[in-house]
Design a protein around this ligand. Structure first.
Ligand code: NI
Length: 171
């Protein structure tokens, strides 16, 4: 496995639409494994392929806590097939927005159809943090960022802080 470099906003690749994969072959499982390693090292609970500069519909998620066994989920071509009317607000972050957080309201539950790491079709019904995380990562595949769900004022504040953060990293 190899650690990949994470794109930091603003970056045009984060706003682009990712293409479906034809199937889960050795190249895609390797991408999934590399993305998991990158996500664990960051550390984060989810990562989408565009965040490592790959415009393909692949995401990885693991919401297990620090002291729990890992529960990696690898999803190719994930598709939200159902969402609840009930909403939930969660203070979201994103590995492409280091140290930035904002409250985002999304459906509290969702059902997602996808191909797993062996290429088999699967469906997962999610609630709580997993539901939030899956919707956040699937948004990435359509170039939608968590900052697109908040007010322009809050978005500008985050982008200004991020510009400062980038400068401090470069210094
Ligand atoms: Ni994100």
């Amino acid at each position: 496995m190899a650690k990949l470099s994470i794109r930091i906003a603003p970056d045009p690749v984060l706003k682009a639409r990712a293409e479906p994969v034809a199937g889960v072959d050795a190249r895609i499982t390797r991408l999934m494994d590399d993305m998991l390693e990158t996500m664990y090292e960051a550390p984060g609970v989810g990562l989408a392929a565009p965040q490592v500069g790959v415009l393909e519909r692949v995401i990885v998620v693991d919401i297990a806590g620090k002291d729990e066994p890992a529960q990696p989920l690898c999803l190719a071509n994930p598709e939200v097939v159902w969402v609840s009317d009930e909403k939930h607000t969660y203070n979201e972050g994103c590995l492409s927005f280091p140290d930035q957080y904002a409250d985002v309201t999304r459906p509290a539950q969702c059902r997602v159809r996808y191909l797993d790491r062996s290429g088999a079709p699967q469906e997962v019904e999610a609630a709580g943090l997993l539901a939030t995380c899956l919707q956040h990562e699937i948004d990435h595949l359509d170039g939608i960022l968590f900052t697109d769900h908040i007010s322009p004022l809050k978005r500008n504040i985050i982008m200004r802080k991020l510009t400062k953060w980038k400068k401090s990293q470069a210094a």
